[in-house]
Design a protein around this ligand. Structure first.
Ligand code: NAD
Length: 504
């Protein structure tokens, strides 16, 4: 972090009460291109007064926004999805520059968020209550799903387009106002998406953005005028956010770290399974919460490890801007050191290093945070490379004798984000689906992130809070159900006298 200002580097603005404003903070951090170490921008750590101003603006805007007709809210998101489509390449270029993933993958990041925006445009069919007619003589009961007020979102670095778009479009479409705290590591594409949201017609104060680190996050958790907090990030921080926000009486949903296991049975289609595994383990340099970072090879499938290694060797490590790149750089020098340290720990702890990506050289990008695809076999629980989320292009392989043993390994791991099975047996796949204690299951699909007609449903150690982001579950998260029981009197239903019993 720095506290000096360089005139030649652009600053990332706050969005408060409809205006993009320069922070008055004395704490700033550089946004750095992870392929080149070029300083792209400087991002402020907002002051307490700026956080208060953002929340106050959102609180004031809620008074009218909650009464805005549902069709008017929906039309903003119709316009917004069109603007995102029109700016797709520009958004992807900003994302790749600050985050490192390849340009096609950056477009995928934006696209998966765009799908949530499309769903938000459909809010008229989602925020519907229920009605029961004649629950007693002349009495009806119905529910209304009302917005909560000011909601907040705290997002991670690895999907700087998709994850903010998991949050504010659905919160705002359901009638709430919002304060967003993007990742301080790559806030620029998020801010471009916010600018487009304002251009699409989101009124002043309905969406606000503050930047920062722990102090700003804690201020959000504690603020009495914020009703709900959505968090996506590491387990350590998510657990802190959940505890602090719920202690302050807020709703909280925290999607956290992962160790996603895939299982390959010997009857699987070898070519398809190995291709899928290589893509899912090393895509985005392994920095996806749904990366298939752990592989359990069952029985004779263990003989396929050399072919898996050969496929991984064909991946091209390069800057995300270069055509044909498969694996870009890690987000930061610190992440680079951490991942290399974990690889070193794996070798010390007795795992077999089948492929070592530590010495990769990328001509023209010598200063980039690159680690090439790395594969360990002979991995066991208790090794750091198994027990910790590596969040880099490192695949760890365990052996199992049977599907039952593979299921037992996965269910004993504390994380429950995603899992996958590769098999041609419907019976084996169904047994896996029924017995596995993980929230998102892929069958012959390695990264089973649901589309927004459904919700993201990580579980166990990967999630705190009952309801997931986007889809139907988030409509429930961002609304309070009010139940109305009503009787309208006419000559036939007029009651006579006082009744002190518990009937209607
Ligand atoms: P992170 O937890 O370091 O940061 C997430 C957010 O918390 C950021 O906005 C950051 O500013 C803030 N933060 C960081 N340290 C904090 C602290 N001490 N106190 C309060 N706030 C703090 O996560 P990251 O490194 O940006 O993202 C990677 C992690 O996110 C991985 O663990 C990954 O699995 C997880 N993730 C999970 C999902 C999911 O849906 N389950 C999706 C994407 C990423």
């Amino acid at each position: 972090m720095t506290d000096s200002r360089q005139a030649d580097v652009p600053t990332v603005k706050l969005l408060i009460d409809g205006d993009f404003v320069e922070s008055t903070s004395s704490e700033w951090r550089e946004v750095i291109n992870p392929a080149t170490q070029e300083v792209l921008a400087r991002v402020p750590f907002a002051t307490a007064a700026e956080v208060d101003a953002a929340v106050a603006s959102a609180k004031a805007a809620f008074a009218s926004w909650r009464r805005t007709p549902i069709g008017a809210r929906a039309r903003i998101f119709l316009k917004y999805q069109q603007l995102i489509r029109e700016h797709m390449q520009e958004l992807a270029a900003i994302l790749t520059a600050e985050q490192g993933k390849t340009l096609p993958d950056a477009e995928g990041d934006v696209f998966r968020g765009l799908e949530v925006v499309e769903h938000a445009a459909n809010i008229g069919t989602l925020q519907l209550g229920e009605m029961a007619n004649n629950v007693a003589g002349g009495v009806d009961t119905y529910t209304i799903m009302q917005p909560l007020g000011v909601c907040a979102g705290i997002t991670p670095f690895n999907f700087p387009a998709m994850i903010p778009l998991w949050m504010f479009p659905m919160a705002i479409a359901t009638g709430n106002t919002f304060v967003l705290k993007p990742s301080e590591q790559d806030p620029m594409v998020t801010m471009r998406l916010v600018e487009l949201a304002i251009e699409a017609g989101i009124p002043k104060g309905v969406l606000n953005v503050v930047h920062g680190g722990p102090d700003v996050v804690n201020a959000i958790c504690d603020h009495p005028d914020i009703k709900a907090v959505s968090f996506v990030g590491s387990t350590r921080v998510g657990t802190h956010v959940y505890n602090r926000a719920t202690l302050a009486g807020k709703r909280a949903q925290c999607m956290m770290g992962a160790k996603n296991h895939a299982v390959i049975l010997p009857d699987a289609n070898k070519e398809q399974s190995l291709n899928a595994m290589v893509g899912a383990a090393f895509g985005a340099a392994g920095q996806r919460c749904m990366a298939a970072s752990t592989l359990v090879m069952v029985g004779e499938a263990q003989a396929w490890i050399p072919e898996l290694v050969e496929k991984a060797k064909t991946l091209r490590v390069n800057a995300g801007t270069e055509p044909g790149t498969d694996v870009g750089p890690l987000i930061s020098c610190a992440a680079h050191e951490r991942v290399k340290g974990l690889i070193e720990a794996g070798t010390r702890e007795g795992a077999r290093l089948e492929l070592d990506g530590r010495e990769v050289r990328v001509p023209g990008f010598e200063r980039g945070n690159f680690v090439g695809p790395t594969i360990f076999s002979g991995v066991r629980p208790g090794m750091r490379i198994y027990d910790e989320e590596i969040f880099g292009p490192v695949l760890v392989i365990l052996a199992a004798d049977s599907l039952d043993e593979a299921i037992a390994i996965i269910n004993a791991n504390p994380n429950g984000n995603g899992t996958a099975i590769f098999t041609q047996s419907g019976a084996a796949a169904r047994r896996f689906q029924e017995e596995i204690d993980v929230g998102q299951v892929g069958i012959n699909l390695p990264i089973p992130v649901p589309v927004p007609l459904f919700s993201f449903t990580g579980s166990r150690g990967s999630k705190l809070g009952d309801l997931g982001p986007y889809g139907k579950q988030v409509v429930t998260f961002y609304t309070q159900t009010k139940t109305v029981t009503a009787r309208w009197f006419d000559d036939e239903t007029l009651a006579h006298g006082v009744n002190t019993t518990i009937s209607l």
